[in-house]
Design a protein around this ligand. Structure first.
Ligand code: AMP
Length: 338
């Protein structure tokens, strides 16, 4: 079931990011670039999900800093406050309220079976109830804005499935209210591998940090990481399974320049790994340096970041109240006099 957004008639997309710190090239090329491209065709809600961030142990001062870092990074990457609603989850009344309602129709067993809950709880000495409830809150994030599509990584697919189940159950139990959100299937982003271990994904938790390029790395650091990337002992610039390091560098170069891999293979044929790696470094620096410079301006200007959050929350709140009052009416609550 798809209900067009009442106001804009554009389909609604909701993207959420946890304020966990630095973004890397994999996040950028695999996800963020595509979110930026959706801004013309969709009504975009982009939430910095601070309420999700407190489900595992954390430090308040780090969280506060990371919330601004998160917003500044995404704005620097091209999420545009004039075209998208960029808000902090805790600024909008409705996320936790709707999560409560959805939790009351959600079977406990379904939450206990969530693989992310099991993984995360295994890593902790004591597990809070919020961690179990996390997927219900995520369902509320999505349904509050009646999102049509949600870009999700592999690890969030099960959670989106729960959001779909809860939307359907609510619609069946009361009356049609929510869109049943689809995963966003667009142009798939590039899958970027570690520069030091090209068999595994580039990741913030890679024990060898030379394998991960951060958006905020300086040009010197980026060049060093790329020129010392692990490759094979050959000299041929070709994308194949037996050359995962070179294949990964070709994927990266293709993603940042928009040139297809076969054309790059021809262009760099016979040039040797040194020259090729320098060309990849040049292209990555040309892409990321403006992002880093913009980020450095933004992060100094928390007053501006607060303004972005305010405008985003004001717009999101209108829709959130509308959904919440509809839901409260349907489940039998009485309306409060205004
Ligand atoms: P994470 O920080 O792992 O939660 O990832 C946030 C988003 O970035 C998700 O949509 C992931 O699919 C995407 N992403 C993370 N790492 C990579 C990678 N190495 N290559 C491509 N996309 C990635």
């Amino acid at each position: 079931m798809t209900v067009a957004n009442e106001k804009t008639s554009k389909p609604v997309v909701l993207t959420c990011a946890q304020p966990t710190g630095k973004l890397h090239l994999g996040n950028y090329l695999g996800a963020v670039v595509n979110w930026g491209r959706m801004q013309g065709d969709y009504e975009c809600f982009f939430g910095v999900v601070d309420q999700h961030a407190i489900t595992i142990p954390y430090t308040p001062a780090d969280l506060r800093r990371n919330i601004y870092t998160c917003l500044a990074q995404y704005v620097a990457c091209g999420l545009d406050p004039a075209r998208s609603h960029l808000f902090a989850q805790s600024h909008v009344i409705g996320h936790t309220e709707l999560a409560w309602v959805l939790g009351c129709i959600c079977p406990l067993g379904q939450l206990e079976r969530m693989t992310q809950f099991k993984d995360k709880s295994r890593k902790q000495e004591s597990v809070c109830a919020g961690l179990l409830y996390y997927p219900v809150l995520m369902a509320a994030d999505i349904l509050l804005y009646n999102a049509n599509v949600v870009p999700v990584g592999e690890d969030q697919k099960q959670h989106l499935e729960l959001a779909r189940d809860l939307a359907e159950k609510f619609n069946r139990t009361y009356s049609p209210t929510f869109n049943v959100p689809d995963p966003f299937i667009g142009k798939t982003g590039a899958r970027i591998m570690s520069l030091q271990n090209p068999e595994s994904k580039m990741s913030k938790s890679d024990p060898n940090q030379n394998g991960t390029i951060y958006l905020m790395d300086t040009p010197e650091v980026i060049r060093k990481k790329i020129t010392t990337a692990i490759t094979d002992s050959g000299s041929e610039i070709r994308s194949s399974d037996d050359k995962p390091g070179i294949a990964n560098l070709l994927t990266i170069l293709s993603a940042v320049t928009g040139t297809p891999v076969p054309s790059l293979e021809q262009e760099y044929s016979g040039q040797g790994y040194g020259a090729f790696k320098n060309a990849v470094a040049d292209a990555v620096i040309a892409t990321l340096d403006p992002v880093r410079l913009r980020y450095e301006e933004l992060i100094k200007d928390t007053a501006y970041l607060d303004q972005i959050f305010k405008a985003g929350a004001d717009a999101a709140q209108k829709i959130a109240y509308r959904t919440l009052s509809k839901v409260y009416r349907k489940i039998g609550f009485v309306e409060r006099l205004r």
